[in-house]
Design a protein around this ligand. Structure first.
Ligand SMILES: [Fe+2]
Ligand SMILES: [Fe+2]
Length: 169
């Protein structure tokens, strides 16, 4: 994506800050997974998703200058890594179910922002939504387990709290 010289409104800056925080978290979830798994299926899965998340992060960083990024960024790194590690420790079904929940949250998060953007940024949001939905589907297809409803609720609540924090600072 080319560099965009655009004056964002304060509201747009908040939204992009939350997107940046989310992509930092996403990159680190997959890095956390790769830290502690030796399972070839999980490694291939995480490497593939990490590639896309790294591309998303680079794209958001192209349009959102560093001074507008979340002051809590180190926290999003730790939270992402922790979630990735926890997922692996919980076993395959738990991991894929966790990823499906996170990606489902992210899809909704991006869709909600469509009315606030146009042009290249809107295009980027559409593209990222499509990728996140593919991630969600990929993870969901790999788990037969549907019994993590409470955990899924907790994960999505956690993502929601992180977004609220990133929208503020
Ligand atoms: Fe992403
Ligand atoms: Fe994703």
């Amino acid at each position: 994506m080319s560099e965009i010289h655009e004056d964002f409104s304060p509201q747009q800056l908040c939204l992009l800050r939350s997107d940046h925080a989310g992509e930092v978290g996403a990159v680190n979830i997959y890095k956390g997974i790769l830290w502690c798994t030796r399972d070839p299926e999980i490694i291939a899965f995480a490497q593939c998703h990490l590639k896309t998340e790294s591309k998303h992060l680079a794209s958001v960083e192209t349009i959102l200058r560093s001074e507008h990024r979340s002051i809590f960024s180190p926290l999003w790194v730790i939270a992402g890594r922790t979630l990735g590690v926890l997922g692996v420790l919980g076993g395959k079904n738990f991991l894929f179910s966790t990823i499906a929940s996170v990606e489902e949250f992210v899809v909704d998060h991006y869709i909600q922002q469509y009315p606030f953007f146009s042009g290249e940024v809107k295009e980027l949001l559409l593209e990222m939504t499509e990728d996140e939905d593919a991630h969600r589907e990929d993870a969901a297809n790999r788990t037969s387990e549907r019994g993590f409803k409470v955990w899924s609720f907790i994960v999505k609540k956690g993502c929601g709290l992180a977004v609220l924090a990133a929208l503020r600072a």
